[in-house]
Design a protein. Structure first.
Length: 180
């Protein structure tokens, strides 16, 4: 688990699904992991705004990204674009035959609950598939934390992501399923 700088405001977050690759120079990768299965390859990255999951399947690419609306990303092949507010579920059938489902949620907590949740996430980060701890901008709040766990098999990829936003006492949770 590494350490870096802070996150954007949660009100600036947007959840996107793009039917193409995203050039790595468009975001800062803090941590990443590669997944290789018989019929697909995936890379999951923690970035300053959240995460990016890039999937290659049958010659097609798709990227799920939790980012800031201020982050410049390609407008071509945007399949899904929603602000991160409350709780949402979406699904998309992709041209490669892949089926994609996602649920994401923004939780805004009071200080005591956030502090307890953050402490639990710090323990979970030690055994997570991918985790990154950001440097706090204030000595009064903990550094932001991203935790990603996944289940990969031949027919599907399930990704669970948790991102804390300590300055706003918020947590963004996502659960994504790619079925091949």
């Amino acid at each position: 688990m590494s350490v870096r700088s802070a996150r954007p405001k949660v009100n600036d977050l947007i959840f996107r699904l793009i039917g193409r690759s995203i050039h790595p120079e468009l975001y800062t990768t803090c941590a990443s992991i590669d997944i290789l299965q018989k019929d697909y390859a995936a890379t999951i990255r923690v970035c300053e705004t959240g995460h990016i999951a890039s999937i290659q399947h049958k010659g097609h690419a798709v990227c799920e990204i939790l980012t800031s609306f201020q982050n410049p990303l390609p407008s071509q092949k945007r399949l899904l674009e929603k602000p991160v507010r409350g709780c949402r579920s979406e699904s998309v059938r992709l041209e490669s035959g892949m089926y994609y489902q996602v649920s994401y949620q923004l939780e805004e907590l009071d200080y005591v609950i956030f502090k307890n949740v953050h402490e639990e996430y710090l323990m979970d980060a030690q055994r997570a598939d991918l985790a990154y701890h950001f440097i706090s901008e204030s000595r009064l709040t903990p550094g932001a934390l991203s935790i990603i766990d996944f289940e990969a098999n031949q027919d599907s990829l399930l990704i669970h992501a948790f991102h804390t936003f300590p300055d706003e006492l918020a947590v963004v949770k996502t659960q994504s399923l790619f079925e091949f």
